[in-house]
Design a protein around this ligand. Structure first.
Ligand code: MSP
Length: 511
């Protein structure tokens, strides 16, 4: 586990997404994990800053604009809002959205370039080598698979030009030393081993500028050179929080607590980026949380492979396979352990929805509200301090907290769902629906309502809308997101005496 900033702040980022394609399930995956993590940190009382955005420069974007018959600026202006809009529809609670075409970004990037140049780590050289436009990355022969880009499986281009290079080769020992002092900075742990192994193979300098295209940020000391995309893109994490413009704002947020990234961009984030920061005299990140890919039919989703799933289709409840925002969020968070690859299927989506949401959570609320309506005059009784459910609640809270601290949303939700299952089992064992109104029913229902109250708080980072509905229906006021963990999830917080409302099913079953 990575220690958070000494201050009470928590800063997390998603990758910034290329605007050559519309938002797809793969982008939504990383963004939802980041969102849920940040919502959890807000429950812990942290002053959270959650950043996402779009990566808008480079040859790939320039070519996409050409293909669309548009000027690059016009093109990126037409796509970037699709991301912002998708994130709004998925209830992403980002505090900022950075576009690399913004002035604040250009100023910060030039500041960073100048700092690395002044420290002697950026030098002019001739580049001869292989380049994949889809990756915006250079490769050496050994990286290729059957002569093609290892990611896109497409031919690479032979390139020869004068470039500025970042002297990454000088940073091997410093990076190894830094990682040795910061074990646990990269989660899951095996990704750290991969990074260390890569550094130990010996680092090559990398090109940071090109003269063959114009769509990007010029180097401050040599304006015919345009910053090569990764130097530009990585800098978003600091330019968005004031680097080069507002030192106080910057140092109140940096170092970032977690960069959430896919495993495909680990080298850039865990090797290039900390070296660039060291060169500029900036502290490396506190942490990186590396996710796997969400595969569709066994392949990484991408425009190039043509297997793109639009997340906005899946939340459309008028469709047979539409599961609502929370149904979709829950599926991506719960179904794949963060770090591993997952395989997206409609059957998997509907299966999880029916079992965990409709049958477990939805059914629990509906049973409780029905019995309270029929046998307690619709008024929720208070829980018992010595309830048999109190231990189940305490262990669910402890385990949920531990798993969020490890950035393991699927395990955190599994722990929360244990409490839902325990409560359903408790109801089945006590059968309050068969008993006469009175102390037995009141005791059991008070306990179940308290469990639901705790579940609403613990599940709120994953399913914020539903958590609020549960909160409201069991008669609690205010916003569930304003609760605090661990204080408000201690057993016994349900006051009793509040009106419980049955309402429509939370998650109507899908066939
Ligand atoms: N623009 C760069 C990132 C720069 S960050 C300083 C980029 N953009 S991207 O749009 O191609 O993809 C960004 C990230 O989205 C991937 O690295 C990965 O984290 C995530 N994903 C894209 N497709 C994905 C899946 N199919 N599954 C899971 N995550 C995926 O790379």
């Amino acid at each position: 586990m990575v220690a958070a900033n000494a201050s009470n702040s928590f800063y997390a980022t998603t990758p910034i997404y290329y605007v050559n394609a519309k938002p797809h399930l793969g982008h939504a995956y990383t963004t939802i994990v980041g969102d849920a993590l940040c919502r959890w940190q807000r429950l812990l009382g942290k002053d959270v800053h959650f950043l996402t955005g779009t990566d808008e420069h480079g040859l790939k974007i320039q070519q996409a604009a050409d293909a669309a018959g548009m000027a690059p600026r016009e093109f990126v202006d037409s796509i970037a809002p699709l991301f912002a809009d998708a994130w709004r529809k998925l209830d992403i609670s980002n505090d900022d959205f950075i576009r690399t075409t913004e002035d604040r970004h250009r100023i910060g990037v030039q500041h960073l370039l100048q700092a690395c140049y002044d420290s002697g780590d950026i030098e002019l050289d001739t580049y001869r080598g292989l380049y994949c436009v889809a990756c915006e990355a250079y490769y050496v022969e050994d990286d290729l698979v059957s002569g093609n880009c290892p990611i896109h499986k497409r031919p690479v281009e032979h390139v020869e030009e004068e470039n500025y290079f970042f002297r990454l080769s000088r940073y091997g020992d410093r990076l190894l030393d830094w990682y040795a002092k910061h074990p646990g900075a990269i989660v899951p742990e095996h990704r750290m081993n991969e990074v260390i192994g890569f550094i130990k193979q010996g680092l090559l300098d990398f090109s940071i500028s090109r003269t063959s295209f114009s769509w990007g940020i010029p180097l401050p000391w040599d304006s015919k050179h345009i910053t090569y995309v990764w130097f530009d893109a990585l800098a978003n994490y600091i330019t968005a929080i004031g680097y080069g413009v507002d030192d106080a704002a910057f140092s109140s947020r940096w170092p970032v607590d977690y960069h959430l990234i896919g495993k495909d961009i680990i080298r850039f984030h865990c090797v290039y980026w900390p070296a660039m920061l060291m060169s500029a005299g900036i502290e490396p990140p506190h942490g990186w949380a590396v996710g796997g890919w969400l595969l569709v039919g066994g392949e990484k989703m991408s425009k190039t492979t043509g297997n793109v799933v639009n997340p906005l289709d899946l939340i459309d409840e008028s469709r047979e396979d539409g599961v609502g925002v929370d149904g979709f969020r829950y599926y991506v968070l719960a179904d794949t352990p963060y770090g591993a690859d997952g395989d997206f299927t409609y059957e998997g989506l509907i299966g999880r929805y029916n079992s965990d949401l409709a049958n477990n959570l939805g059914n629990l609320l509906s049973r409780v509200a029905t019995v309270v309506g029929k046998k307690c005059d619709g008024v929720g009784p208070a829980p018992r301090a010595d309830s048999p459910l109190a231990d189940a609640a305490r262990s669910a809270v402890a385990e949920t907290m531990a798993r969020w601290a490890d950035v393991q949303p699927s395990r955190a939700l599994e722990a929360t769902w244990q409490l839902i299952r325990a409560t359903n089992a408790y109801l089945e064992a006590n059968e309050p629906w068969k008993a006469e109104p009175g102390a037995h029913v009141d005791n059991v229902m008070g306990d179940a309502l308290e469990a639901l109250r705790i579940v609403a708080i613990l599940a709120s980072p994953a399913i914020p809308r539903t958590a609020q509905i549960v909160w409201d229906r069991i008669g609690l006021s205010g916003s569930v997101a304003d609760r605090r963990v661990p204080d408000d999830v201690a057993w016994g917080g349900y006051p009793g005496g509040t009106t419980v409302v049955k309402g429509d099913p939370l998650f109507p079953r899908k066939s």
